[in-house]
Write a protein that binds this ligand. Sequence first.
Ligand code: HEM
Length: 356
Amino acid sequence: MALIGLSLVLASVVYIAIRRPPFLQTLIAFWRGDPRIEQPPTTRSLPSGSRSHTGTDHGSASTDNTSRDAPSEPTTATAKGAEAARMAMPPPPPVIRRPNGSAAAKPASPSPETTPKAVPSTAQSSSSIPSFSLSSSPPASAAALARTSDSTTTPTTLPTISAAPSSPAKPFTTSMAPPPRPPTLNGTINSTSSLLAPPNRGGQQHARQPGTSTLAPPPTHSSKPSKPSRKVTLEPGHSPLDWARLANHPASDLRGLGPGAPYVRVTPSMLRRQTGRKGKDAWTALGGRVYNMTPYLPFHPGGEPELLRAAGRDGTRLFGEIHPWVNYETMLSSCLIGLLVDEGEAEGGGEMDAMD
Ligand code: HEM
């Protein structure tokens, strides 16, 4: 029994080695995973059409096939057509159909003459689907698309090939650029619009702008916000610093009474005569003391007319209403005339001696 089995095995091996049936080649090609999977169309078109036409279509693949099958093809193409039909017909189909399964109905359709080469073509076409999707999708898709337009001999493999590469190609081209960017852009726009909020800020700024002009005075001038500034532009050399320099100069005589003149008791009648008009000095009483404002007129930030409002009378109340924070005692110390006294006290000099 063992000898019989071994002899059968040897016989089959010898038969396979000599005859080299086509299904064995297809199986070897399938196991190797060679790119000759494109050969089936060529081998399949050989019996139906002219061989030179298929050789030009598939290029190097056909050349590889010819170079590899050079010893066996010349015989199988012409003389062995009938022998292959008789010998290879029964054994190959059952062996190849079992692993594939789905391709069982396809081998029955082709004609009996082309059955030896139609079987490997179907087997390779079924195996070509994973190879296209795995090996090279972009070039295979381009080649397949070109073949679809050029050759119409292989309609069964074309839809599978075109469908496989087209599906991954579209998502890569279309889904990559548009889908991610639009949502991000929309999100960013929405976020930026919500984050930036220029209209809100603008509205707040508009609401503040009118307030900002009023916000400057309120903190300090909250008691007098309605009164605008009435400062005047002083002439050059009449700044507060210039006044301080002039007032502290020992040679200057700002009282208008002559150098070394004593302080005077000024009655209201006397004060009323010093109005600053008709060549007379402008005197005013501030806090019970009478000052000659004439030298200070060009230095007054509020202007001469404003200062003259207090000339010839007691300006204490008026002064307090406008700028009570101003230290007039120090500023007008060199302009002091004397004390404001009642009408009957002008001749007495007790208080004047105290001022000295
Ligand atoms: C009593 C009569 C006076 C009147 C009617 C008067 C009036 C004014 C007015 C209207 C201003 C402008 C206020 C403003 O808009 O900021 C002003 C500013 C000023 N006055 Fe008089 N003034 C008087 C007496 C004096 C005296 C006697 C002095 C000091 C010697 C003086 C020193 C000043 C100073 C320093 C300012 C600037 C105040 C500041 O910058 O805030 N004024 N005065």
